[in-house]
Design a protein around this ligand. Structure first.
Ligand code: SF4
Ligand code: SF4
Length: 373
């Protein structure tokens, strides 16, 4: 691909360069230089990955670094916010079930350092949120789900990069993943919806979720607090780290997360899907083997509604038989992919970019002052 190819890539990327600059700044340049430097770094990192996606034709190869970085930097940002809030409040919450706390084991990576350094597990109650915050999150989720469907789990969720990262560590799977696991998230969703209704408590968040977003639990006694801490640590270790490493699948996202089950339904409303050209497919099975969420049944080469549109199957199909497409439209692999990549990248940048800027600014500050805020 020569000069014409580069020019084409640049022209196709220009709209994203402009829009991502706006999404990252919201029209305001930060006054302090750590945030300015962070903004520049995040802008270049995100757009370099997007340009590489366009230029190479590989989607997952360049999506994954962004998705994983967002998950890692979310941990840094979250931890910095917790420390800052607690410092402002003048006290540290010393255990996880205290007042109205956001109960989320996804913050396990964030609490390890404060726990090791300060012998304190940080869960400030004031971050539990308000109706307005919850309402905004709902609107964002609904809009993204209607536009991108299950791609939320491959491009938006700032927890998903955790098991995505772990699932890539080994060159081949050491454990198989039986097909019945596809039904597990529905079972989790039904059981915990019933339990929640019966108890009027966020049962999944309190009892099972390895990567909870935010919830509240009433204070428990010391023994149950400690027990639940170890349950959540165990869930995180098993479903977000160990099993993804061994199976090379995103176990937490694909087989546990009840939101994932809901997204499977939302995917039917969204306009995008992965399309397999039956005339080209040689039935080699590479797509099913590489799919991190078991969205392709072996022997069928047909992605189902569990597909998170990561593009890994298309990247790895030796026959070039898989492409992004728009439902109901005349199929063109190049434009179908572009029509998907634009909104997916903008959603990723708008939803996760600010977190990355905050985290990188905190890391710069930490490097200079030894403090995350
Ligand atoms: S990887 Fe490509 S050629 Fe192989 S089964 Fe899947 S669609 Fe067919
Ligand atoms: S079917 Fe392809 S695009 Fe969909 S989740 Fe699996 S690997 Fe990713």
């Amino acid at each position: 691909m020569g000069f014409r190819g580069l020019l084409r890539t640049l022209l196709l990327s220009l709209p994203m360069l402009a829009l991502s600059a706006y999404l990252l700044t919201r029209g305001v340049i930060p006054p302090d230089w750590p945030h300015r430097a962070a903004l520049l770094l995040v802008f270049f990192f995100f757009n370099a990955a997007f340009i590489a996606m366009i230029h190479t034709g590989k989607t997952d190869r360049w999506r994954a670094p962004l998705f994983i970085a967002i998950a890692g930097l979310f941990a840094v940002s979250f931890m910095g916010n917790m420390l800052e809030l607690n410092s402002r409040q003048g006290e540290f919450v010393d255990f996880i079930f205290r007042d109205s706390v956001p109960m989320c084991p996804v913050v396990i990576p964030m609490m390890l350092i404060p726990a090791a350094v300060g012998k304190t597990i940080i869960w400030p109650g004031a971050v539990a949120g308000t109706y307005a915050a919850a309402g905004l999150m709902f609107v964002i989720w609904l809009a993204a789900s209607l536009g991108l469907g299950k791609a939320w789990c491959g491009w938006g969720c700032f927890f998903g990069g955790l098991d995505d990262a772990f699932s890539r560590l080994l060159p081949r799977a050491l454990l198989g993943t039986p097909g019945w696991l596809r039904a597990l998230p529905y079972a989790v969703l039904i059981v915990f919806a019933l339990l929640t209704a019966a108890s009027m408590m966020p049962a999944y968040c309190g009892l099972l979720c390895p990567v909870k977003a935010a919830t509240e639990l009433p204070p428990g006694d010391f023994v149950s607090d400690k027990l639940m801490l170890w349950v959540h640590l165990g869930m995180f270790g098993a479903f977000t780290a160990a099993l993804p490493i061994l199976t090379k699948r995103r176990v937490q996202c694909a087989f546990i997360c009840p939101l994932g089950a809901l997204q499977n339904g939302m995917d039917r409303l969204a306009p995008f899907k992965m399309r397999v050209d039956a005339a080209r497919c040689t039935a080699c099975g590479a797509c099913a083997k590489n799919c991190p969420v078991l969205a392709i049944k072996p022997g069928t080469a047909t992605p189902g509604s569990a597909c998170v549109k990561c593009g890994r199957c298309a990247d790895n199909c030796p026959a070039g038989a898989i492409s992004f497409s728009v439902k109901g439209a005349v199929h063109s692999p190049g434009s179908g992919r572009l029509l998907f990549l634009y909104p997916a990248f903008l959603f990723m940048t708008g939803f996760g970019g600010g977190i990355c800027v905050d985290a990188v600014a905190r890391l710069i500050t930490f490097g200079l002052t030894g403090r995350l805020f």
